[in-house]
Design a protein around this ligand. Structure first.
Ligand SMILES: NC(=O)c1ccc[n+]([C@@H]2O[C@H](COP(=O)([O-])OP(=O)(O)OC[C@H]3O[C@@H](n4cnc5c(N)ncnc54)[C@H](OP(=O)(O)O)[C@@H]3O)[C@@H](O)[C@H]2O)c1
Length: 357
């Protein structure tokens, strides 16, 4: 079976986990590692993540990365760049990422065209994956709709204490944690974030053979009642300690599709917040269906895991989803954007034998 040569691009929380995943995956070989941090440059990839030596040295030099003999890039920076993604695709490298764009055709048609053109030039594919978006938000709900006939509402809720998540960019910028109410209301990422949540809504609608007729975004929050120590520093009293987003799409047939996130700090009991919000779960995800079949699909880690283990494993799901998608994305026919509606089922991988299909 062909093995694919993968470049790991950025080694933050998700990128480090993806790098570990590449090293373990029977059908992948590490071809290179692109880092941003000066401290990581020149170090063996294994040293960067506390694993055995790999013989592959991390570099900040993009041209050196582009010159490598490789099949694909697992692209995990923060922030990401569409131009950079297109450069990789034009060079003939398939790109698999936890960053947008999961289903850009409705929210970002110009970007979709730009990426499709880059894919055509390079004979490459682009796929955005992850945990949420990239799993909970669209892949798994679409699967369960196969159990239903009439579908009135699909609601995905992510709930969680993020105190130990060590990405300042994600925590402070995407999740608004530690921002003032005005800072959150004027967050320059707001429009981008709404589009990022509308994309999986559009994918579900398309998967169900429909389109969204009406979109709505709702935002509220609860302030910290005292300073809260987190992995990205102190969330000050009077700044946002719980951020609640809802992004809603209603199809032409009236089916509501809702993406909801309740992110907070300071412990699952919310004791350090000015008030408590009633949450459907203490942590993890709920996918709720209403129609002729009513269903709650709860996804969580076993209670014996420590909080830190839950956060780490939650982020590993994002990374491993990318890594496991590599062979399918590399093998997908016709260069272009490959969403879950285009790819076969993504599974884990135990060996490099071909399947019995
Ligand atoms: N879809 C999902 O479910 C999901 C879940 C989690 C995260 N994400 C996305 O995945 C990406 C990575 O998340 P993360 O948690 O790994 O974040 P992170 O820990 O903050 O890592 C981001 C990495 O980006 C690199 N970086 C530093 N400065 C940069 C710059 N100026 N421009 C571009 N990259 C720079 C660094 O790489 P080096 O350390 O190698 O220098 C840094 O470690 C983010 O874009 C996030 O939104 C998606």
């Amino acid at each position: 079976m062909k093995k694919y040569r993968a470049i790991q691009w950025a080694t933050g929380v998700v990128g480090s986990s993806a790098l570990r995943g590449i090293l373990r995956h029977p059908r992948l070989e590490l071809a290179g590692v692109k880092v941003y941090s000066e401290a990581k440059e020149g170090r063996d990839a294994g040293d960067v993540i506390g694993a055995a030596k790999t013989g592959i040295v991390a570099t900040r030099d993009v041209d050196a990365i582009l010159a490598l003999d490789a099949d694909c890039v697992i692209y995990c920076p923060m922030p990401w760049s569409t131009e950079e993604i297109c450069r990789l695709l034009e060079r003939g490298l398939h790109v698999i990422t936890p960053c947008p764009y999961w289903f850009p055709f409705v929210q970002n048609p110009d970007v979709a065209k730009q990426i499709e053109n880059a894919c055509k030039k390079g004979g490459s594919n682009f796929h955005a994956s992850g945990c949420n978006p990239g799993g909970i938000a669209e892949r798994f709900p679409l699967t369960f709709t196969g159990w239903m006939n009439r579908i009135d509402r699909i609601q995905m809720t992510e709930c969680g204490d993020c105190t130990t998540y060590s990405s300042a960019g994600v925590m402070r910028e995407l999740m608004n944690l530690g921002k003032t109410p005005d800072g959150a209301r004027n967050n320059p990422l707001k429009t981008m974030l709404a589009k990022s949540w509308y994309e999986p809504i559009d994918m579900i609608a398309a998967g169900l053979g429909s389109r969204i007729a009406r979109y709505e975004a709702k935002h509220d929050f609860i302030l910290a009642a005292e300073p809260i120590e987190t992995a990205v520093g102190t969330i000050e009293k009077g700044t946002i300690g719980l951020n609640h987003y809802q992004h809603i799409g209603v199809t032409h047939e009236g089916t509501e599709i809702i993406q909801e996130q309740i992110w907070f700090v300071g412990g699952s009991g919310q004791e350090k917040l000015e008030r408590k919000m009633k949450v459907p779960r203490e942590s993890g995800w709920r996918i709720h269906f209403e129609g002729d079949v009513n269903l709650n699909v709860d996804v969580d880690f076993p209670p014996e895991l420590t909080h830190d283990e839950r956060v780490a494993q939650g982020l590993s799901t994002t990374a491993f989803h990318l890594v496991n998608a590599v062979p399918l994305v590399c093998e997908a026919p016709e260069p272009g954007i490959k969403t879950y509606l285009d790819l076969p089922m993504i599974t884990g991988c135990l060996g490099d034998e071909s399947s019995t299909r």
